[in-house]
Design a protein around this ligand. Structure first.
Ligand code: GRF
Length: 201
């Protein structure tokens, strides 16, 4: 049975595009809805152009009431009957009440080699630490932020990369390779981690 995938984003949605574009042909999944907390997210405009279903729940009117914000998403999400949720640059922290029912069915991409650097500013933190290796991770979402079983990592050698912006651009390219490969495997019921090394190294 083809799996139905909801993709959550807050911004440009380049990872969402990579995922959506990968779900064709004999892929075991298809996108069912693109979800955002930002009404003007570039990713939502693109999804509409592609004829994909979209769901926008602006978090701002729910200020101070995360439970109500999440309940609103959950209610509308049910109509799309997703089997899997992919978080792809979704910049709201989801509470355990939302995450728990999706245990084992919700993935996230994070721009660091977890368990290093959960949270924000990962590229700057890797540079400041003098790391020689950096990259990105796809993991199952648990109640702990940027934690959970690792389903894949893509690594690069930092080498002469001077700025955190340059590093972010290199990592983002790897994200676009890693996330679709992990999703394909995951949707087929295989949780064996995908490991990628940047070909530029
Ligand atoms: C990516 O770096 C992702 O790892 C992080 O947020 C960024 C989203 O980028 N969680 P995009 O919206 O997919 O272009």
């Amino acid at each position: 049975m083809t799996k139905r995938v909801a993709i959550f984003l807050s911004g440009g949605g380049s990872n969402m595009r990579a995922l959506a574009q990968s779900m064709v042909g004999d892929h075991p999944a298809r996108p069912c809805v693109i979800v955002s907390n930002q009404p003007d997210a570039g990713g939502i405009a693109w999804a509409k152009e592609q004829g994909l279903s979209t769901l926008v729940v602006d978090h701002k009117p729910f200020k101070g009431d995360r439970a109500a914000f999440e309940a609103e998403i959950q209610t509308h999400l049910e109509a799309h009957a997703p089997d899997i949720i992919c978080l792809a640059g979704f910049m709201r922290v989801l509470t355990p009440a939302f995450v728990r029912p999706w245990a084992g069915r919700m993935l996230n991409i994070h721009p660091s080699l977890l368990p290093k650097y959960p949270g924000l500013h990962t590229h700057a933190r890797a540079l400041e630490a003098g790391d020689i290796q950096h990259g990105c991770t796809v993991h199952e979402v648990t109640e702990v932020l940027d934690d959970g079983p690792i389903l894949g990592q893509a690594k690069l050698q930092i080498g002469g990369t001077a700025t955190s912006d340059a590093l972010a651009a290199r990592v983002l390219k790897l994200e676009h390779q890693l996330y679709p490969q992990v999703l394909r495997r995951f949707a087929a019921g295989d949780r064996t981690p995908v490991m990628i090394q940047d070909t530029q190294d």
